[in-house]
Design a protein around this ligand. Structure first.
Ligand code: GTP
Length: 608
């Protein structure tokens, strides 16, 4: 059996993970060069269209060190590292790579991958330098005690600054800058060396102390032909087709139909052993029976303790989803199936006066919401109504509300610190700390190149447009990552809408005090345009704290549709009346006022 190395690639979004993975596939001969599609491991259409990774993706490769003993020797190598233990005899290695997404909304995918491997390649774009997600992912990798292999990537780009970036990385990792690999996933430069460095530096999987099977489920998916397919890391023991497995958390058992490794497509093998990463066809029909984070063991010889699983991630934003065709059953099935493939998706039934039966869904961020919406529409053919995303508040009007706060880490070139501080202040942020990375001494210039700012900020202040604002005031240079830190009393008030004097409860919402007036104005203005003229003047009012804070009027109209028809053209007259009737059907009565049914969607949709 070949010695094994398990690793993943972590990086800030777009720093080149999937492209680097392409080069690995090519170098190890798993995919022939002329058959390789760009970002091969991004298998979903949506991922390829948008050029982003959404799902983690395991791949099993075999690497043979070339006869000329590659680019590494046992001597002190080009990179100043000497490791006399490394034996580069001509031999083959099994490499298990897990490609992970870079965007903060998909960080649950990253943390699950990190628990299944021994090493992580930390890629940093040579033109961008260290960014917020570089730090966030590195912190998680260090918590898992992974061996980190730092790489400065995209060195082929004309504006690359590999030395500066390496210097900063070295400071961050407290390592020798000369040990950092310079590479380009595009041209392939440095990639072979990187593979060899993985073999040399990432520890082989540890021999387990006992032989009972424990296998960590780090991902699962549902196939309508084969049922639930689990991706596992075997920690101890072994597993093969025919074994009867017990899931340690939910006690379900099943007989293994097939085991194998992912080589872009699944390749069945005889047995997965301790240290291996592979898939298991369970035949189970419900993903809930084979949850991500659960431990598989043998029914006949169960392990005593389960592996530490995962914490279900906390949703950051909530929105309510309804089927536009009132086909709630179809929406439920779609959500069930999608959550089989997305362990971070949380939902529960929810009834709304405005939209009827639907679901309240928690998302890890707005991109997660957007991707979920697109997948539901594309993969499951449901037409959706989605309410404005909001954070979860605790409490009530009497005892007061609490709102979620986050710790935000903003990474930026120092030139923009002033603007960022101004922005964060308008968002009620509380300054925590600031420090610098990298003192560039290569040309005698001692200016700092990267600053890291820490703030506590109410989540509601950043969730919608903070990142866009941050990008626009810093010419795209600054980046943000954040973690929930808890709930604090919030200055929130109830904003309600009265139409012709009647409170219309679907419009009632909790709003931060400083935004209540502007929200009230936006809502009344929108409603003025959306509500058709009635036989009487209709007032639209926004109220908060017992006061009217905004008001608009829809002037009255005598609605005689046939008035302008002279003569006795009966058919035309009938047509018009019929049209009016049809129009009426799509209307809904709010007190004395009839409004088009989509008024809620139109009025409550997020403003751009
Ligand atoms: P996410 O998974 O969405 O975080 O992205 P990623 O880190 O996988 O990045 P990806 O490989 O998709 O690359 C992002 C962009 O950078 C693509 O347009 C690539 O073609 C480009 N790119 C990646 N590596 C290199 C490189 O070494 N040199 C150059 N010039 N471009 C690169």
């Amino acid at each position: 059996m070949n010695p094994t190395r398990n690793f993943c690639i972590i990086a800030h979004i777009d720093h080149g993970k999937s492209t680097m993975a392409d080069r690995f596939l090519e170098l190890t001969g798993l995919v022939e060069k002329n058959k390789l599609k760009e970002q091969m491991l991004d298998s979903m259409d949506l991922e390829r269209e948008r050029g982003i990774t959404i799902k983690l993706q395991p791949v099993h490769m075999t690497y043979r060190i070339p006869n000329d003993k590659g680019q590494m020797t046992n001597e002190k190598d080009d990179f100043g590292i000497f490791n006399s233990d490394f034996d580069i005899e001509d031999s083959e290695y099994a490499l298990n790579l897990i490609d992970t997404p870079g965007h903060v909304d998909f960080s649950y995918e990253v943390s699950r991958s990190l628990a299944a491997v021994e090493g992580a390649i930390l890629l940093v774009d040579a033109t961008q330098g260290i960014q917020a997600q570089t730090l966030a992912n590195l912190t998680v990798a260090q918590k898992h005690k992974l061996t980190i292999i730092p790489v400065v990537n995209k060195i082929d780009l004309p504006n690359a600054e590999p030395e500066r970036v390496a210097f900063e990385l070295a400071e961050l990792l407290k390592c020798d800058p000369d040990s950092i690999i310079f590479a380009s996933g595009k041209t392939g430069q440095g990639v072979e060396l990187l593979l060899q460095r993985i073999i040399r530096d990432v520890p082989a999987p540890k021999e387990a102390a006992n032989n009972s099977l424990t296998a960590l489920v780090f991902d699962s998916q549902f196939s309508s032909y084969r049922g639930v397919i689990a991706h596992v890391r075997v920690m101890s023991g072994s597993i093969k087709a025919g074994d009867t497995i017990k899931m340690m958390a939910n006690q379900q058992s099943f007989m293994v139909e097939e085991v194998g490794v992912m080589q872009i497509t699944p390749k069945p093998i005889n047995e997965l052993q301790a240290g291996d990463i592979g898939y298991i066809v369970t035949g189970l029909k419900r993903v809930a029976d084979c949850r991500v984070g659960d431990t598989m063991t043998l029914l006949s010889d169960p392990a005593e303790t389960a592996l530490p699983g995962y914490h279900q991630p906390q949703p950051m934003v909530y929105a309510s989803l309804f089927s536009a065709e009132s086909d709630t059953l179809n929406l439920r099935t779609a959500l069930e199936k999608l959550s089989a493939n997305d362990a971070a998706l949380a939902y529960e039934p929810h009834y709304s006066e405005a939209f009827g039966a639907g679901f309240r869904v928690g998302f890890l961020g707005l991109l997660h919401l957007e991707i979920t919406k697109e997948r539901l529409e594309r993969e499951f053919n449901v037409e959706l109504i989605i309410t404005t995303p909001e954070v979860a508040f605790h409490g009530d009007t009497i005892n007061g509300y609490e709102e979620p706060w986050i710790k935000a880490e903003i990474v930026t070139p120092p030139a923009y610190i002033g603007q960022i501080m101004d922005l964060v202040e308008t968002r009620c942020g509380e300054y925590q700390s600031m420090h610098y990375l990298g003192t560039d001494t290569s040309d005698g210039d001692t200016a700092h190149k990267t600053a890291i700012l820490e703030y506590d900020i109410p989540l509601a202040e950043i969730i919608l447009d903070f990142n866009d604002q941050l990008k626009s005031i810093t010419a795209g240079y600054a980046s943000l990552s954040y973690d929930l830190i808890g709930y604090r009393p919030g200055k929130l008030v109830e904003l309600s809408i009265l139409i012709a004097g009647d409170k219309v409860s679907p419009f009632t919402q909790l709003v931060p005090v400083n935004q209540v007036e502007s929200r009230g104005r936006i809502l009344t203005k929108r409603l003025k345009d959306l509500i058709p003229k009635q036989m009487f003047e209709v007032s639209i009012q926004a109220a908060a704290n017992g006061k009217i804070i905004a008001r608009e009027n829809v002037p009255a109209m005598r609605k005689d549709v046939t008035a302008k028809l002279y003569g006795g053209d009966v058919t035309r007259k009938r047509k018009l009346l019929e049209k009016q009737k049809e129009g009426k059907r799509k209307m809904r009565q709010l007190g004395r006022v009839s409004v088009p049914t989509d008024v809620f969607i139109q009025a409550l949709k997020p403003s751009n």
